[in-house]
Design a binder for this molecule. Structure first.
Ligand code: PLP
Length: 439
């Protein structure tokens, strides 16, 4: 009998007892290779001594100070560090405690930006189908994950959703990747015009779609097209880099690879690497300036924003990433993992696609490769792969399901950037066995 209200009431989970590096050990002594960083969180692996020391030192110095009374050195340093590494033009950091909080704050910051500018008529967001932006009501509203939204739909603000960039399924055989991207941008523009551009606050998108599509990267030119639309109509581009950001795709921010800068960017997960609950909104100077020359106050805030211990953890995670050149490791080991996956599973009759960037990769499974026909969602294939993997001491992120039957089950891989060649071999071997056992 448990008094803990678990996510799944009818599932018996192993009890995690300790963790080190890439492995979590349960109370029965079984070890699990963490090939997904939980949910793309653990970028350094577990129990990094430098992060633990930084947190302990901060805890001993100053446990907590409410942000309406004080600023702290550690929060200031974290903001300085994030801005020093951010794309040109991004000037300020608003700290939060999770990805959902970061997206909520991003939406409210975007709305208030236009109020500050004297454009209160702007009330609409455009987002994309098959996306995930978090589980709180605002973030869920912009999210396009039908399964997660369904029962809460009556509580959600009205958001229009356009097609995501999903080349494997949606690019026509007659189109080049660039032409496909431009078609999506034209569809987005049509939606903007239908709503009336001066009613639109922003466009929300995950640069590389994580949980809902499985590491689906954009085609060349697609985000540049969106950036151009935002500039043309004075609409904000809100990038959700909660899952794909902070080095996961082989560059610190995923949009760096598209050569554009968003107006507002949400990060979390890898920011604290799982050592503490922390997220952040990175704001472009023009957004910050509107607040600075306007009301001088962002009408937002939570009790734990800028928590000193969370900031100390995130700051040290960033320092370790730099010291150990781990963003580059994410890129290089990502290529190695990709090669191994291609070799082991690329020709498999039920592996339709292997995709992603850096150490953010996924398999999409299909009943039939030629027609890309997904498996029947009732088979719960990805859940079975997850269970088979767990039985073999491997953690993979396979939560999404086929949701609307419009795409195949996917299995997401996001190991810590400290992963070594031999770990990748173990990972791929156990994954291949798990896929076979689940089919
Ligand atoms: N945005 C994206 C792209 C995510 O993948 C997630 C979580 O998976 C979130 C937002 C929400 O983050 P959190 O679970 O920390 O609230």
């Amino acid at each position: 009998m448990t008094h803990l209200f678990h996510r799944q009431l009818r599932q018996t989970l192993p009890e995690a007892a300790s963790a080190k590096g890439l492995y979590i050990t349960d109370t029965a002594g079984k070890t699990y290779l963490d090939a997904c960083g939980g949910a793309a969180v653990s970028c350094l692996g577990h129990n990094h001594p430098d992060v633990i020391a930084a947190m302990a030192a901060q805890m001993a110095r100053l446990d907590y100070a409410h942000t309406s009374f004080f600023t702290t050195r550690v929060a200031e340093e974290l903001a300085d560090t994030l801005i020093a590494q951010a794309p040109e033009g991004i000037s300020h950091v608003y700290l939060l405690s999770s990805g959902s909080e970061a997206m909520e704050a991003a939406l409210k910051m975007a709305r208030q930006y236009f109020v500050e500018l004297g454009q209160p008529r702007r009330t609409n967001f455009i987002a994309r189908r098959q996306s995930y932006h978090g589980n709180t009501l605002g973030a869920l509203a912009v999210g396009g994950n039908a399964w997660r939204r369904a029962q809460f739909a009556p509580l959600l603000i009205d958001v229009t959703h356009v097609a995501p960039c999903y080349e494997y399924r949606d690019r026509l055989p007659t189109e080049t990747p660039e032409q496909y991207g431009q078609r999506l941008v034209r569809e987005l523009e049509a939606e903007l015009l239908r709503l009336g551009p001066d009613t639109v606050i922003g466009i929300c998108a995950e640069p590389v779609v994580g949980a809902t599509l499985g590491a689906a990267p954009p085609v060349p030119g697609y985000f540049q097209g969106i950036r151009a639309l935002c500039d043309r109509y004075g609409v904000l581009l809100i990038a959700d880099e909660v899952m794909c950001g902070m080095g996961r795709t082989g560059t610190l921010h995923a949009l760096e690879q598209e050569g554009i800068v968003p107006d507002i960017m949400a990060v979390a997960k890898g920011l604290g690497g799982g050592y503490q609950a922390i997220g952040a909104v990175l704001a472009h100077g023009r957004v910050y300036d509107a607040f600075d020359s306007g009301s001088g106050q962002f009408m937002h805030g939570h009790t734990y924003i800028g928590h000193p211990v969370a900031c100390a953890a995130a700051l040290e995670v960033q320092r370790v990433l730099q010291r150990e050149k781990l963003v580059e490791a994410s890129r290089v080991q990502g290529l190695a993992l990709r090669r191994k996956l291609d070799a082991a599973l690329g020709g498999h009759a039920h592996v339709g696609d292997i995709r992603g960037r850096g150490l953010f990769l996924a398999l999409e499974l299909v009943a039939d490769r030629a027609s890309k026909q997904p498996f029947d969602p009732k088979l719960r294939l990805n859940g079975r792969i997850r269970d088979e993997a767990l039985a073999r001491g491997l953690m993979v992120y396979a939560m999404g399901g086929t949701i609307d039957g419009r795409h195949g089950d996917h299995v997401l891989l996001a190991p810590p950037f400290t992963v070594q060649e031999r770990d990748l071999d173990t990972l791929v071997e156990r994954l291949a066995e798990s896929v076979e056992a689940a089919l």
